[in-house]
Design a protein. Sequence first.
Length: 578
Amino acid sequence: MPSNFEISKILREIGEYLEMQNVPFKPRAYEKAALAVQELDEETTDLYKEGGLKALEEIPGVGASIAEKIEELLKTGRLKYYEGLKKKAPVDLSSLTSVEGLGPKSISRLYQKLGIKNLADLEKAARAGKIRKLEGFGEKSETKILAGIEFQKKSGGRFLLGDVLFLGRGIEERLERLPEVEKAMVAGSIRRRKETIGDVDILVISKKSKKVMDYFKNMTEVAMIIASGETKSSVKLHSGLNVDLRVVPPESYGAALNYFTGSKDHNVALRKIAIEKKLKLNEYGLFKVGKGGKETMIAGKTEEEIYRALGMDYIEPEMRENTGEINFSLKHKLPKIVGYGDLEGDLQTQTEWTDGSDSIEDMAKAGIKAGLKYIAITDHTKRLAMTGGLGEKMVLKQMVEIDRVNKKLGGKIKILKGTECDILKDGSMDLPDSILSKLDVVGASVHSLFNLSEADQTARIKKAMVNPNVDIIFHPTGRLINRREAYKVDIEEIVKFAKKTGTVLEANADTNRLDLKDEYIKKCVEAGVKISVDSDAHSAGQVGFLELGIAQARRGWATKHDIINAWPPDKMKSFLKK
DNA sequence: GCCGTTTTCGGCCCGACTGTTTTCAGTCG
């Protein structure tokens, strides 16, 4: 039974195939439907079981035609229409479109003229200088393609945390529901909330491992069984993600969890400390080695008791990268990093006024649901025309609407008036100061001219930071994980200048961005620069991105003190520029 | 192909930038 993830991927590819054939409007329709399916709270399978074709048609963006296609997928696991399109141009769309600058039209031409089907073909043709000879391509596009391929190789088939965190958690929950399972827990880089994930590690305590393994290997999303044994099984999912399951005895659970959570460097450092204390640490426990090599286990049931036995404080998984946490722990001086429930507000969200999909009221309600006390509406500005960016008149109009909704919601949450204002080429703002000064929160963003020199880009952003109305620099480096490198900018200088001007730097929580990244967050914390953890939600459901933002803040060792939207509304507002 | 009616067709966010051109197509988000 195909999952929402798989259905959405097929719909998206259909849109891209139609785009390749220059079909008007349909591509957008499929793209919209793909997004809607991806964002559903419920599995499409369940929707269909409960309400049939009708229920599918009620998904916004899905009409009669796409509903029937989804039905075919659910019933047969296949879709003839999709297979027909794929036959006409059997190219690996998902990898080719992920090369920066390559879209459906170019891919279509490359296939027709040079028979390019995948990244390997593309690289070969580019290296042989064949692409520059094609009409519409030139030397520069060939160089750009090669650079794009290099970047792809570097990111090496890793998955975004946001895509696999919930998947891992889903498997964890299903395993935990089995009567044979005492406890199930995702370990590995997911537990450390690393921004990209190679594969998923799950630990289970159970006395009947065979039953657990059988369930695991037969899950609907499994495409292939790689290895299958009593205590360890590995599978590959349809999405290409590998998942390992390990069954451990209860007395070793903590040691196994510690071992399989990593990071490798952190574990090596722990083992060294154990050796200094004449102890031995492995995935089964912490042991005292007596005369004649006799081992007695002194800890292993929980991670806490292992750290304690080593004379250390417990270290949060997000900090286990061997970047100083071991020493802080030994000296009992670890910072108390921000908790997952600590945010009081969200300072960047978009609505249907620009490129978001929900109303101001819907976003506010999502904020209430997430337990927030305030939420800023920060729609785009006019320079970003493709989003329908707001000009002065519309901003003023939106402020009136926000007043209305605030009144209607009766104080359950405070909606703040904000903007995500474009920073223009020379560092000036896309809205006049007379408007910016009326808003509660002004975020400033780079959305254009990503290829300025480092000096120019840095100067551009610094100029925005000098503006007395600019409170926050949104997604300060502009990167898209696995898709686009950050623009060139001197981050040390930006951090220094943020301190000087009292400007906040954002830790954007969008799954694709996570910008600032963890090590830059750490630089801010060390420099005393405040950050804001924002969802950048473009729909009510995306307010949930905040969790990923907090995860990165934790990886950057940020405490509540460092994050302005972990503060109560009044304190937060008094920190912003006047 | 979807949506929303001024209901059963006509519109569909629309501008900047890049690299290719010499007037524009493709990509970005």
